[in-house]
Design a protein around this ligand. Structure first.
Ligand code: ADP
Length: 269
């Protein structure tokens, strides 16, 4: 299997004087082209894991391999280029006076030629369905549109892995649906691998596998249909979201074959 991301035995604490670790032995991999979600209640270590993979945290033990290269202080800037992060708050991600400037910003820092930059801006805005907003002011866009512009800026830099850190949690249902559609499309078009931290189980249902974290540890890794059918009470595995039958409907809508055992139980209920 072609593993683009491998995380082994990560231990990390923000405050070295404290006993308690924020990550205590985190192990997982993501295969090239895969879409993996990380779910778990607040404070379980999801964002810390993402930040650490993106080279933003120092002083951890264990290893992070990106494309088979061990992340270290020396190569962090090179490896970070393979990763594109999209954060929760769309308003914190803007730097340009227009949508076009904003998408070009990261490329300007990389010294990419003007023509190539223009080409990539158009291509990226088209991919997120925001080409009509090219000369608009980012501040005037809706939350969902802002997030799509943030995605455009990121894909213009040609990452191989995109990490979404609760990037749909401030959007309304329409914005969220549109964003999910865009992620599916850009994933195929740009051959991306997706690691998505989310509170939204419907969103997690889009992924190939789901990692469940609790108190700095991974408590489960499974395909959505297996996870959602084997754990009727998500609270048991450390989630603060109730397991709903809506979710089963959503899973079916996404084309999952629900395990027979689950179907039988719901029919009885
Ligand atoms: P999640 O993303 O699952 O909500 P986080 O990774 O943000 O969890 O947080 C894991 C733990 O680390 C929490 O207890 C949180 O309070 C703590 N934490 C997060 N960021 C910092 C920080 N910058 N400094 C100190 N503690 C932090």
């Amino acid at each position: 299997m072609n593993k683009i991301l491998e995380v082994e035995n990560l231990h990390f604490k923000y405050d070295k004087t404290q006993e308690v670790e924020q990550l205590s032995g985190v192990n997982f991999y993501v295969a090239r082209g895969e879409w993996v979600s990380i779910i778990g209640k607040n404070g379980s270590g999801k964002s810390t894991t993402a930040r650490l993979i993106d080279g933003l945290l120092e002083g951890f033990t264990g290893s992070v391999k990106i494309d088979n290269v061990l992340l270290s202080q020396e190569n962090v800037w090179t490896l970070r280029k393979k990763i594109g992060m999209v954060f929760q708050n769309p308003d914190n991600q803007f730097v340009g006076a227009t949508v076009e400037d904003d998408v070009a910003f990261g490329m300007e820092n990389q010294g990419i030629a003007r023509d190539e930059m223009k080409r990539r801006v158009d291509e990226a805005l088209l991919a997120v369905n925001m080409q009509a907003f090219k000369s608009k002011e980012p501040a005037r866009l809706s939350g969902g549109q802002k997030q799509r512009v943030a995605i455009a800026g990121m894909i213009a830099l040609r990452p191989e892995i995109i990490i979404l850190d609760e990037s749909t949690s401030m959007l309304d249902p329409t914005g969220r649906d549109e964003m999910m559609r865009v992620i599916h499309e850009i994933k195929d078009k740009f051959k991306l691998t997706v690691l998505s931290i989310t509170h939204d189980l419907d969103e997690a249902a889009h992924s190939d596998r789901i990692i469940v974290m609790n108190e700095g540890k991974i408590v489960q890794i499974a395909e959505p249909e297996v996870l959602f059918s084997s754990n009727k009470d998500m609270v048991e595995i450390g989630l603060d979201v109730p397991f709903t039958t809506n979710l089963m409907t959503d899973l079916e809508r996404h084309g999952f074959d629900l395990p027979k055992a689950y179907m039988d139980e719901t029919q009885l209920a």
